[in-house]
Design a protein around this ligand. Structure first.
Ligand code: NAG
Length: 494
């Protein structure tokens, strides 16, 4: 009897261990997600241009670009370098800002002590975008730095001596794509600061309205106006219609001014509202716009927005294996796969949309309709979690693609500032050509760009930790921005 009881107790314990470990199996704890969240925001400090504040935490960086704009009699100090180089590209910077702000709008209540850092990361950009948008009437400054010259050097931002050319869009040389994205960023950020800094929020909203009006009134793509300064780097391949609708949608949300609702209603069909398109990135805003506007239908049953719900469903269904309209590609290890270059940007932006849509659906008991079947908010969250966990290290290579997170992460990040010794360790200038020894060196980067998510593995889950392979080893601000929201969401789950 005693033996039998002990035996069954043992069985029960074993059962509990096996059942519940596999059933509740999770590679990471909420504390892990909270740690990753902190790092994902810290990364933006490594991308800062301008005069660094005394509370700068990535201390291997120093001041840079302190005279940006001065040769053109405009103050364009500040903002972010987009990736591993030292150019300030306006289109990806604005998109990064919109997505950081959207992360805070949806998931800021789960950020706990990181909310202050998240707002500081947004403000670092909006301070710059405000200057770029308001310095000169009917002009938006959209870039500092000649990308071709910059890419010919491997220099720390603190040592930069390449031409800091300033590029702008104007009435004669319009750029509705970059201008409308800038409007989206300023409008989204105005929502973030609405309560904590009302006057800043109002300033952002007014600037957003003006720059949107400029984008809409003088139509054209900045790729045509600026050609080789922005192409092929951040060429607007999708044109500017998608940004006009995206910008109007953010202004509608931020201002509640009926002008933007009317604009969306009368222009949506010519600006992509009826296209099914499955790529959300710094270039193409269509899936994001649909998800954003679907909220109007889900929460307020605004009839005119029903089409945004059905096209959001089409987009979401395309990502979910087993549904009739499934058409995404996943690696054998389960990573969403879209492109050979900087694939993780699509993973993080898609993950963010899955979680945001799950939130909108969940608050209404709604489901995504995929042909004859339905997909619940819970399955969208499960799909998003797989992607987040993969990035953090639950993958065939057993490595994290976020620098500084976990035991194994990329050591040879394609990033000038991170790979060249810090100005504090090596104060003497390291010139344009002398820097290349650090690009080609097999040593790990001396400065850890904490929180950076790199381009990521190939379609067979293979990752070459090689500084020269920028397609896989380069970080970018727009890879991290939507991940901030996703990590906040999972950090608040038990
Ligand atoms: C609404 O937006 C339009 C267009 O920007 C502007 O002219 C108008 O003054 C705004 N109305 C209010 C009440 O802010």
């Amino acid at each position: 009897m005693a033996i039998a009881t002990a035996f069954s107790l043992k069985l029960q314990i074993l059962f509990i261990i096996f059942c519940c470990r596999s059933y509740f199996s999770t590679a990471f704890t909420s504390q892990d997600y909270a740690d990753a969240l902190e790092m994902s925001i810290l990364f933006f400090e490594g991308q800062r241009s301008g005069k660094l504040p005394s509370n700068q935490r990535l201390t291997w960086r120093g001041d840079s670009g302190l005279s940006d704009g001065s040769a053109y009699h405009v103050n364009l100090v500040g903002g972010y370098y987009d990736a591993g180089d030292n150019v300030k590209f306006g289109l990806p910077m604005a998109f990064t800002t919109t997505l950081l702000a959207w992360s805070v709008i949806e998931f800021g209540s789960s950020m706990q002590n990181q909310i202050t850092n998240a707002k500081a990361a947004i403000r670092w950009s909006t301070d710059y975008l405000l200057k770029a948008a308001t310095a000169t009437p009917d002009t938006l400054y959209v870039q500092v730095g000649d990308p071709n010259m910059d890419h010919r050097c491997w220099e720390r931002p603190e040592d930069m001596d390449t031409p800091r050319n300033v590029y702008k869009v104007t009435i004669q040389n319009p750029g509705s794509d970059v201008a409308a994205e800038t409007a989206a960023a300023l409008a989204a950020a105005s929502i973030v600061f609405k309560e904590s800094d009302t006057s800043y929020s109002t300033e952002l909203l007014h600037a957003a309205m003006k720059v949107f009006d400029f984008a809409d009134r003088y139509r054209g793509s900045y790729s045509d106006s600026l050609n080789s300064a922005v192409c092929p780097f951040y060429c607007s391949y999708s044109g500017y219609q998608d940004e006009l609708l995206w910008g109007a949608s953010w202004l509608h949300k931020a201002s509640l001014n009926g002008t933007y609702l009317a604009y969306i209603q009368s222009n949506g069909h010519t600006m992509g509202s009826e296209d099914d398109d499955y790529s959300f990135s710094w270039d193409d805003k269509r899936p994001g716009t649909k998800i954003l506007l679907s909220k109007e239908f889900l929460e307020k049953t605004t009839e005119e927005f029903q089409l945004y719900k059905s096209h959001s469903d089409n987009y979401i269904c395309s990502l979910i294996p087993g549904t009739p309209s499934f058409q995404a590609q996943y690696t054998p290890g389960g990573l969403f796969y879209k492109a050979t270059e900087s694939n993780l940007q699509y993973v993080t932006s898609t993950t963010f949309l899955l979680l945001t849509y799950a939130k909108y659906l969940g608050s209404n008991g709604g489901v995504a309709k995929c042909g004859g079947s339905t997909v619940t908010a819970e399955s969208l969250i499960a799909q998003a979690k797989k992607q987040v966990d993969y990035i953090l290290g639950d993958n065939p290579a057993k490595m994290s693609y976020m620098v500084g997170f976990g035991n194994k992460y990329p050591q040879h990040v394609h990033h000038r500032g991170s790979s060249v010794p810090s100005i504090h360790a090596h104060p003497n200038r390291i010139s344009c050509n002398d820097g290349f020894q650090y690009l080609y060196s097999s040593s790990p980067n001396p400065n850890v760009l904490v929180g950076a998510i790199v381009g990521g593995p190939d379609n067979r889950d293979h990752f070459a930790d090689d500084r020269n392979s920028y397609q896989q080893s380069e970080p970018a601000t727009y890879i991290n921005a939507p991940f901030v929201g996703a990590l906040a969401f999972f950090s608040a789950k038990n």
